[in-house]
Ligand binder design. Structure first.
Ligand SMILES: [Zn+2]
Length: 240
């Protein structure tokens, strides 16, 4: 674990999960009982969201505490989501990951339905916060095959689209995982507006991208991938 980050207490983790659930629901990243959130509280255990509950209306006593091997330590009235398998796999692939968020934000999910990765070098914040967001092939939500499909990408990236399903993000804190989910939806929206609606996007040059990657490195982030740029900048003239 990063020296700067400490594990949240059980009480802090539960409070944050309920709050992020509310934000997820209010931002229309989920409908009905979709989505799930988890947060590590020590080397072996996470708190996560229950199955069959709206993320906008959760209470702390509904959350589930589990070990990274899937054993349940505490559960209220409901079992954990079947999609928690995906979270457990991410924690087991990368021990610096402290939290995972999964939802079905409509624009990112539309890219996932089209089988398109978010990989356009058009927007500095997306390059710093995410890099590339690959789109992983379809596996049934909640299946054993879905964790296997995402595993090869967990070490090198910060977020994934799941074909015909949604998006999953992770980070060294619950806020970072949540911000990456917000950034993923924002990145998808900006690609859609510029490339698909306006029909024009000036791609950043390799040098402009490199400057942003240096910022990301200074933030201590080495994962995310680098989208490809063009040789000569095309965005240096004013338009009046
Ligand atoms: Zn899902």
């Amino acid at each position: 674990m990063d020296k700067i980050n400490r594990y949240p207490t059980d009480a802090e983790a539960k409070e944050m999960i309920v709050e992020i659930g509310r934000r997820m629901y209010m931002k229309n990243f989920v409908a009905a009982n979709d989505g799930n959130i988890s947060c590590k509280v020590d080397d072996e255990a996470i708190w996560t969201t229950p199955t069959g509950v709206s993320k906008g209306f959760m209470s702390e006593d509904e959350l589930v505490k589990m070990r990274l091997d899937g054993t349940i330590i505490y559960q209220g009235k409901r079992a954990p989501s079947s999609e928690v398998k995906m979270h457990l796999r991410i924690y087991n692939e990368r021990n610096d990951v402290m939290a995972v968020c999964h939802a079905h934000p409509p624009i990112a999910t539309s890219f996932a339905i089209a089988g398109l990765a978010l990989n356009q070098a058009i927007y500095p914040e997306a390059i710093v916060n995410l890099g590339i967001v690959p789109c992983v092939h379809y596996e049934k939500p909640g299946s054993e095959q879905l964790p296997d499909a995402i595993a090869p990408y967990v070490r090198d990236y910060n977020a994934l689209l799941l074909a015909n399903h949604g998006a999953v993000t992770w980070g060294t804190s619950l806020m970072e995982a949540w911000y990456r989910l917000e950034s993923t939806e924002h990145y998808a929206a900006v690609i859609m507006y510029s490339i698909n609606l306006l029909g024009k996007a000036n791609v950043l040059s390799c040098d402009q991208i490199n400057e942003l990657i240096q910022i990301r490195k200074k933030m201590g982030i080495s994962s995310g991938g680098v989208p490809s740029g063009i040789l000569k900048p095309s965005n240096l003239t004013d338009s009046v």
